[in-house]
Design a protein around this ligand. Structure first.
Ligand SMILES: [Zn+2]
Length: 233
């Protein structure tokens, strides 16, 4: 047992771990979220054949083979705390846990994600430095824990520093992001590899579209997308 784990076990004794959504104390077998909140996650159920508005968000700019997105996100939803906790409060293990949970739910619905490479959307180097990690890497790791596939951070790279996306209007976002990525050119025998791009939340789809375009320029043909959440407003 690592020192960090011993400390966290001791801390648990005095300060019970709480559900990140509703604040209820968790039992020792529960992690991060209580069963009642898990049941209430506002799932998109796109994978069941419902109209996939996450896919439509970038369909005019780039094409993906399949698009997966677990739940609807909005800033006033209590489930926004899930995103907030792994983005701004250091809970990278929550990001991995949520990636795993989503993968297990897909598996339970007989959907298998057979991807050779799972590629997290890279952060700006400045932001990665201030946060200390890329949350999408941990979501990708969670997916890989369930389905296999190699998490690769060396294929899709962030080229330029772009301004914060949230401050941009829809049109500006695209102008701002469309050339932000570059792909290490693929060898011929890699072109057919199945690629899954992973991000935390998609809103306009601009970031995802830019990633797909870059990977295609690099020679990859089979590209799918998974985001933990889709923000439809
Ligand atoms: Zn709860």
């Amino acid at each position: 047992m690592k020192i960090r784990e011993v400390i966290s076990a001791i801390v648990d004794l005095f300060y019970p771990r709480l559900c990140v959504v509703c604040g209820t104390a968790l039992t020792s077998s529960e992690k991060h979220i209580c069963p009642s909140c898990i049941a209430s996650i506002p799932r998109t159920n796109f994978h069941t054949g419902l109209r996939n508005i996450a896919e439509e968000s970038f369909a005019g700019k780039a094409h993906a083979k399949s698009v997966y997105s677990w739940f609807f996100h909005s800033h006033d939803s209590e489930f926004a705390k899930l995103i907030y906790n792994f983005k701004y409060r250091g809970s990278y293990n929550l990001a991995e846990y949520l990636g795993e949970m989503y993968a297990k739910e897909l598996l339970a619905d007989n959907i298998t994600l057979n991807f050779d490479y799972i590629i997290p959307v890279p952060l700006h180097s400045k932001r990665k430095k201030s946060r200390g990690y890329n949350q999408s890497f941990y979501i990708a790791k969670g997916i890989s824990n369930v389905f296999g596939g190699v998490v690769r951070e060396d294929i899709l790279l962030r080229k330029s520093e772009t301004e914060s996306q949230t401050k941009k209007m829809r049109f500006d976002r695209w102008e701002n992001i469309k050339d932000a990525f570059e792909t290490t050119p693929t060898a011929l025998d890699e072109m057919e590899k199945e690629i899954l791009i992973v991000d935390d939340v998609t809103t306009t789809g601009a970031t995802i579209a830019a990633c797909i375009i870059s990977l295609r320029e690099g020679g990859y043909k089979n590209i799918s997308v998974l985001t933990l959440a889709y923000a439809n407003k």
